[in-house]
Design a protein around this ligand. Sequence first.
Ligand SMILES: Nc1ncnc2c1ncn2[C@@H]1O[C@H](COP(=O)(O)OP(=O)(O)OP(=O)(O)O)[C@@H](O)[C@H]1O
Ligand SMILES: [Mg+2]
Length: 276
Amino acid sequence: MKTLDTLRTTMRRDQVWDFMRPKQGLELDMSHGTILYLEDISVTFDGFRAIDHLNLYIDAGELRCIIGPNGAGKTTMMDIITGKTRPDTGTAWFGQTIDLLRLSEPEIASLGIGRKFQKPTVFEPLSVMENLELAMAADKRVWPTLRARLTAEQRTRIDEVLETIGLQKHRAQRAGALSHGQKQWLEIGMLLMQDPYLLLVDEPVAGMTHQEMDRTAELLKSLAGKHSVVVVEHDMDFVRSIANKVTVLHQGSVLAEGTMDEVQNDPRVIEVYLGG
Ligand SMILES: Nc1ncnc2c1ncn2[C@@H]1O[C@H](COP(=O)(O)OP(=O)(O)OP(=O)(O)O)[C@@H](O)[C@H]1O
Ligand SMILES: [Mg+2]
């Protein structure tokens, strides 16, 4: 009888088994003030070394800009952090205890590492609000049932994110009708719905107007402190407007690191940019 009860409980249709749960409850140990450690990472593609003994450390809550010429390895570095590309050698730790190289891409995402690709990938036929709701659902197939019973807490979270990304007035608008800049903010908002520890943003202002760039700078600056943010960007005026610390990548490793003024006056950096 007891066995039957156990079986009934186990088979209940709304039961979520432990192994299916996202690892969201997992504590990230940032006791040393560092959220990400990449050490001695190398990756070779068909004999070409795209990442070459890379060392990179990101502090908890910091906003870091990564610059570097085309092909320097910036996107590949993000691919390694998110588990899309496996390095040949090296170590990648998320906080003190989580070995990223042992985890799959979905596992890394569910641990709280959000990534924004260059091209916005919002759901154009859906409204701004629906896009944010959808981003909240871990399993997209259950979204239609989820949205019918949003909790007060979830509604509050959506309102907060709408305010952060400055799209309150556009909540009912179809995402496809937004400007390019607004779509990029919506996609950042979708990542924020998961409340990530670390956000990776690749070339956020490409194709934006100056006004949109200023607004994006404000947005990214407002995220620092609550999240750690790593921004890869080519636009130097934009980088200057948001950066505390800048890392210059070149040929797959760190060429220089410091304030924007320090790196821009570094002879090696000048050589790479002018010589290239
Ligand atoms: N999957 C892959 N297969 C083969 N080569 C690759 C692959 N991914 C990247 N590369 C190569 O690795 C190098 C680094 O590329 P990556 O895209 O990381 O540079 P990047 O710094 O992001 O450049 P950009 O500023 O142009 O975006 C390039 O030479 C690229 O061609
Ligand atoms: Mg790139």
